[in-house]
Design a protein around this ligand. Structure first.
Ligand code: F6P
Length: 499
């Protein structure tokens, strides 16, 4: 919070993201809606930013959804949060059904998501998706401008992610004085892939209105600079990793996102984790002597769940002695349902698991335990803690925080992280993990065997190295380095103005 306060001083901090940090819901059903409940921040980012926002008393602009969200806001669409001790404003942007369809489900999730994850065959660049994306970005920009109207000069606006690529340009046009930063939470593709998107120039134009653009890895920064160089008349300065475009300079930097590692370790050692595990292992007949692997993710085609199931099937086929004692637990969370690619994936994963269980399962052993239930953080931490292997094998992923959570939760008998070469997290965790290629089924199955063969001493050394990294580069360090860099960029900008 101090680093953030340094940059913000007398200036207002506005964070803008698609998802909101608090959502309001009716306790009852439609007929008798009852009192209003507040759902707390679930993700690592919101959990980390929330205390910062409380400390600097800023404004968070995000998509508000549903009648209860509407009921609690004032005439300016804001509600003070957290509810028990209001410290900052949550300003809600209301979306029409067309906007949800076109901006969120359409352009964000069926154009930008597959594009940035190098799956251009899944891109659906419909005209109306682009129209709604543009309009919604304009609505977000207007809400930001609204909330900075009565602030002193130079507001600081921090945009999150691919939903808001165009909003910075509109904010910049209205407030040339504002300091604008953007963090892109997913990969940035190479220039030949990026050009598959018909609106590639407009997207770059939007992002280059920022003073600072952040990515998880150096590779994504390089890809971004390549795209800018190929598609615009901007001047790219590789030495300073910056771009001069339309009279404005944008710095491009990598800030690998981290987790709250200490909290994850505490969760793994909590009574709630112990209780949950006792019940879960009993229900599923898991003995302490069994070997366990775990996968935890949203049901998204980028996560490589089908490829992982193929590798596990190969492993059980090649190692019959492991049947009956090596079990895989897949926790899947339904995500983006209603989009065809996601609905199909959900069906295929369920069908594959059923087929594998039919092939190898016995009366007293189920090879793949599958749950889509909502699990509290302590339950997930218990799964990580108990698993001998953490299988984190996306076919493409900006960072992947599950890999970091798994590492932080190894508080007892240390397990092995089996990590995809194609995850952003590999830059930081590749040395201590067993690396696999998600599409190389036999190699992946061998990787599982290799991970299971590591001695206790080897596992301890690897986990100690990985934990050092995950704790040193946690989400607070991420915030600090982002804001330190932002402050340095801002100092440069001011001295330029004065000279
Ligand atoms: O980085 C991608 C991301 O926005 C994550 O922050 C988040 O976990 C995920 O996608 C959620 O997607 P959605 O908001 O579409 O449910």
């Amino acid at each position: 919070a101090e680093t953030v306060a340094d940059l913000c001083e007398d200036r207002e901090l506005v964070v803008a993201s698609n998802r909101q940090p608090y959502s309001h819901n009716y306790e009852g059903e439609t007929d008798d809606r009852g009192a209003i409940d507040v759902d707390r921040p679930a993700g690592g980012l919101t959990a980390a930013l929330d205390p910062v926002m409380q400390a600097v008393e800023g404004t968070w602009v995000a998509w508000g959804d549903g009648d209860a969200d509407r009921e609690v806001v004032g005439p300016d669409d804001t509600v003070a949060v957290p509810p028990e001790d209001p410290a900052y404003d949550l300003k809600r942007v209301w979306l029409t059904d067309e906007q949800v369809e076109g901006y969120y489900r359409g352009y964000s999730n069926q154009v930008l998501w597959p594009l940035c994850h190098l799956d251009t065959a899944k891109m659906t660049p419909r005209e109306e998706f682009w129209r709604e994306y543009r309009e919604t970005n304009a609505d977000f920009a207007d809400a930001i401008l609204d909330s900075t109207d009565d602030a002193g000069s130079d507001p600081v606006v921090w945009f999150q992610d691919y939903h808001l690529a165009l909003a910075p340009r509109r904010v910049r046009n209205a407030r040339p004085d504002a300091f604008l930063a953007h963090f892109w939470h997913i990969p940035w593709p190479s220039r030949d892939v990026f050009r598959a998107c018909p609106q590639y120039e407009q997207l770059l134009d939007g992002l280059l209105a920022n003073d600072l653009v952040g990515f998880h890895t150096e590779d994504y920064c390089r890809n971004f600079l390549d795209c800018v160089e190929a598609a615009t008349d901007a001047r790219v300065d590789r030495a300073s990793s910056s771009v001069s475009y339309r009279g404005h300079r944008t710095f491009v930097r990598s800030f690998p996102l981290g987790i709250d590692a200490s909290r994850q370790a505490d969760l793994a050692e909590s009574d709630e984790a112990d209780e949950w595990w006792a019940e879960f292992s009993e229900t599923h007949g898991i003995d302490p002597s069994d070997t366990l692997a775990v996968g935890v993710e949203r049901l998204d085609y980028t996560k490589g769940i089908e490829q992982r199931l193929a590798a596990l099937e190969r492993f059980w086929a090649d190692n019959p002695e492991r049947r009956g004692e090596f079990t895989y637990v897949q926790k899947g969370t339904e995500s983006r349902s209603g989009i065809e690619a996601y609905d199909r994936l959900q069906d295929r994963v369920a069908a594959e698991i059923e087929r594998i269980n039919d092939r190898f399962g016995t009366d007293d052993w189920t090879p793949v335990i599958y749950t889509t239930d909502h699990l509290p953080g302590a339950a997930i931490a218990a799964l990580y803690r108990e698993a001998d292997l953490g299988l984190v094998t996306p076919v493409r992923d900006g960072m992947n925080l599950v890999a970091k959570e798994y590492v932080a939760a190894q508080t007892r008998d240390p397990g092995v992280l089996v990590l995809s070469e194609l995850a952003g997290a590999t830059d930081q965790l590749g040395d201590g993990a067993v690396l696999v290629h998600p599409y190389d089924t036999p190699g992946f199955a061998d990787g599982i065997a290799e991970a299971l063969s590591l001695s206790l001493a080897e596992r301890r050394t690897r986990v100690a190295d990985l934990q050092r990294e995950v704790h040193a580069k946690d989400v607070y360090e991420w915030l600090e380095s982002t804001f330190e860099t932002a402050a340095a960029v801002e100092r440069g900008r001011r001295s330029l103005r004065q000279s």
